[in-house]
Design a protein around this ligand. Structure first.
Ligand code: LMR
Length: 393
């Protein structure tokens, strides 16, 4: 039977991981997949996570099923962390899901069940799995302009003009902060403009939030999202704990759906249960319970806040180092935008020929659109990268 299956295209980001692993050169640099690495090149387990796991090992007395929506303390804690009091406790429902991808997937399924004709508007460019998943699920999607290669910042006029074409009941997918792949983000007043447009045109905003805390801070990074949440009639959020809790492989994410009309909430909650049951039944518990242990314990919460701040500061310091090193090596200000961007990623604006030359001639691995994972650098590799870039320009 399965010989009838067709070969599937590889995911570019994940394919790069395989290419890097099989590269025999000793001096090589992986700036592909978005994982944080410390100055020793390790993706460490956060202290708060280790401590919470130790607490759980002692405290957990059963591994029986939890419930189709997962750990509800986790869901409530994540709502507080993300939306705070921009949404009242009576105006949202949520469910745990396996990672940010799982959360996006469950929202996409609900959208399809609610209205298979709608169009999801996604940024150009965006995380490639957005379009792959939408295609896979048979949902319509269109791109809105987002990034200006000339200025290295958001092309808000272009974005706004394209979003005017969204029809009532369409969905606009936004990145909550630290846009992937560009690193260029909306200002709070631009969030407000988009919120007004959604309200005016009956369009639902959906927010993919995978890097809260890695840009300007845990609260600062969601200022625009919270403002939008307080303004629009309804909103969906797919959030990931992979990066800011460093629990990538544990697959922890949350779906939040907010509506000012709370009559629709029970039906949405019931549908979330149903799509969970139909896909994987119960979401995996361990990582989510680690997160809720941290969020509800004053000391662990403080320690986690400090660690997230430390990562943010190190990413921002690396951005500055890289900008300066590139200025020195290329004798130009071409990469000055690096310190205007936030989060793990920046798109360097190199051609695909240059990206391939970096890989083949210098063992520097970045995604084909010249997205680099800043959080994969350290002081030594900044120099190595800058010299290599200068050679391929
Ligand atoms: C990335 O963009 O590198 C991360 O979000 C990892 C992934 O799953 O693609």
């Amino acid at each position: 039977m399965f010989e009838l299956l067709k070969e599937q295209p590889a995911d570019n980001i994940l394919a790069l991981m395989g290419m890097y692993a099989s590269d025999k050169r000793t001096k090589k640099l992986d700036l592909g997949v978005g994982v944080y690495r410390n100055s020793d090149g390790i993706t460490p387990i956060m202290d708060a996570v280790k401590k919470a796991e130790n607490v759980l090992i002692k405290k957990q007395i059963s591994k029986s099923y939890v419930g189709l929506l997962g750990n509800l303390d986790f869901v409530t804690g994540m709502k507080e962390l993300i939306l705070s009091n921009s949404i009242s406790d009576y105006n949202y429902v949520g469910a745990q899901a396996p990672g940010g991808t799982g959360s996006l997937h469950q929202i996409f399924l609900l959208l399809k069940q609610a209205n298979p004709e709608l169009t999801v508007w996604i940024s150009n460019p965006t995380w490639p799995n957005h379009s792959s998943m939408l295609k896979h699920l048979g949902l319509n999607f269109s791109y809105y302009r987002y990034f200006s290669e000339q200025t290295g910042i958001v092309d808000f006029d272009g974005m706004f003009a394209d979003l005017q074409q969204a029809k009532q009941n369409d969905v606009i997918l936004l990145h909550g902060c630290c846009h992937n792949p560009t690193g260029a983000n909306l200002t709070v007043s631009q969030w407000e403009e988009v919120a007004k447009l959604c309200e005016r045109d009956g369009v639902m905003p959906m927010v993919d939030l995978a890097y809260q805390g890695f840009g300007h801070g845990l609260n600062e990074d969601v200022e625009g999202l919270r403002l939008m949440a307080s303004m629009v009639p309804e909103l969906a959020v797919a959030a990931s704990c992979s990066k800011n809790f460093g629990i990538y492989r544990d697959r922890v994410g949350v779906v939040l759906y907010c509506n000012k009309d709370n009559q629709v909430l029970p039906i949405v909650s019931g549908n979330l249960k149903s799509v969970n049951r139909l896909t994987y039944s119960f979401p995996p518990d361990w990582g989510a319970t680690v997160v809720s242990t941290i969020l509800y314990d004053k000391n662990l919460r403080q320690s986690w806040d400090n660690e997230v701040n430390g990562i943010k500061n190190s990413i921002n310091a690396l951005r500055l180092e890289l900008k300066n090193a590139l200025r020195r090596c290329t004798k130009s200000d071409r990469f000055a935008f690096l310190t205007d961007h936030t989060g793990m990623f920046s798109r360097l604006g190199l051609s695909s020929k240059q990206v391939i030359a970096l890989r083949q001639e210098h063992a520097v691995y970045m995604v084909g659109d010249s997205r680099i994972n800043i959080a994969g650098l350290n002081s030594q590799t900044v120099e190595f990268l800058s010299n290599a870039i200068a050679k391929v320009l």
